[in-house]
Ligand binder design. Structure first.
Ligand code: PBG
Length: 324
């Protein structure tokens, strides 16, 4: 009989022992901070549905990046809010658009920072879908052309990584080929490989003004019920040349992060998405939870599930809390 020889509480008896046997640790190295950027100067516009997050201009995004770097956070991922949207999302590959401008500004000021550009059409199309429409559906292969142009545009501006988040088939291979054609051999592709449709991204769509004007994203983003299909999506992206595989949304997909960690050898990134952030913030503002502790536990759970990297809106706040 195990008890009373086995007393698992023995190793929990005091903070020192707990510290010694702690299996998972989160460090600022693990984190990637998302930034919303628009053109202009001196902009720091609060995003109502995401307390503590702002729309930034290239100069304020650079200040933010510098502060993050000083806190030990190695990377930012940029989302653009263009001045004009059209049906074919042309602003996505405008070299003078918000994302290339911000990449340039951040890389000039903080050259060692890893700058990642999200690659998708939805912030740039007037209909809010993640690609080029053919009737009421998003046309896969026409959309690949837009994604290739956008990826090359961001690489040219100095992005270290591009992160396609559209869920078109074949986009990783198409983007790799386009980057290589322009000799951006070292631009890393971090693929949103298993990304699910649902209510998970509501606050983000407010922030980026990218809510679809009709229908939903279920014909391209995955069904949250599907685990085996998630593995197929990830394996396909590995075959197509993705360097880093992402699972999104993180807290709703801890099992899939674990699958990815066990079955793939690529680094695994998990996206702690906007709804996960905003739910926690709202409960915190109401005094219903211990917010700081729950942020810690959120990041730790995602790491324990198997993520190497975590994209999180909590990045700055969490890293600042380490200094206290
Ligand atoms: C763009 C994109 C989205 C997110 C990341 N890239 C929105 C969407 O797919 O609707 C969501 C991030 C978040 O909710 O924090 N396609």
């Amino acid at each position: 009989m195990a008890f009373p020889i086995q007393r698992l509480r023995r190793l929990r008896a005091n903070p020192t022992l707990r510290r010694m046997v702690r299996e998972t640790k989160v460090t600022p190295d693990d984190l990637i901070a998302p930034l919303f950027v628009q053109l202009g100067a001196g902009v720091r516009a609060p995003i109502p549905s995401m307390p503590g997050q702002f729309r930034l201009s290239p100069d304020t995004a650079t200040e933010e990046a510098r502060a993050l770097w000083q806190l030990g956070i190695p990377a930012v991922i940029l989302f653009g809010i263009p001045e004009h949207k059209d049906s074919s999302g042309r602003a996505a590959y405008d070299p003078d658009g918000p994302v290339p401008t911000a990449i340039n500004a951040i890389k000039s000021a903080v050259p060692e920072m890893c700058v990642i550009a999200d690659v998708c059409a939805c912030e740039y199309t007037d209909h809010g879908h993640c690609g080029i429409l053919h009737g009421q559906t998003v046309h896969n292969d026409l959309t690949l052309e837009l994604l290739k142009r956008a990826a090359v545009c961001y690489a040219r501006a100095g992005a270290d990584m591009v992160a396609p988040s559209d869920m078109m088939d074949g986009r990783v291979a198409a983007i790799r080929q386009a980057l290589d054609e322009f000799e951006y051999f070292d631009t890393v592709i971090m693929s949103y490989a298993a990304k699910f449709a649902g209510a998970f991204y509501g606050p983000f769509r407010d922030a980026a003004d990218s809510t679809p004007q009709f229908g939903d994203r279920r014909s391209y983003q995955m069904d949250i019920a599907n685990r085996r299909e998630a593995m197929r999506e990830m394996e396909t992206d590995v075959e197509e040349g993705a360097d880093i595989i992402m699972v999104k949304p993180a807290l709703f997909c801890l099992d899939l992060i674990r699958d990815a960690r066990e079955r793939l050898n690529q680094p695994i990134c998990a996206y702690n998405v906007s709804s996960e952030y905003s739910m926690l913030k709202a409960a915190g503002q109401n005094g219903w939870i211990n917010e700081a502790q729950l942020i810690d536990e959120t990041l730790l759970s995602i790491k324990r599930a198997g993520a190497d990297l975590i994209i999180t809106y909590h990045a700055r706040e969490w890293a600042e809390s380490l200094l206290k």
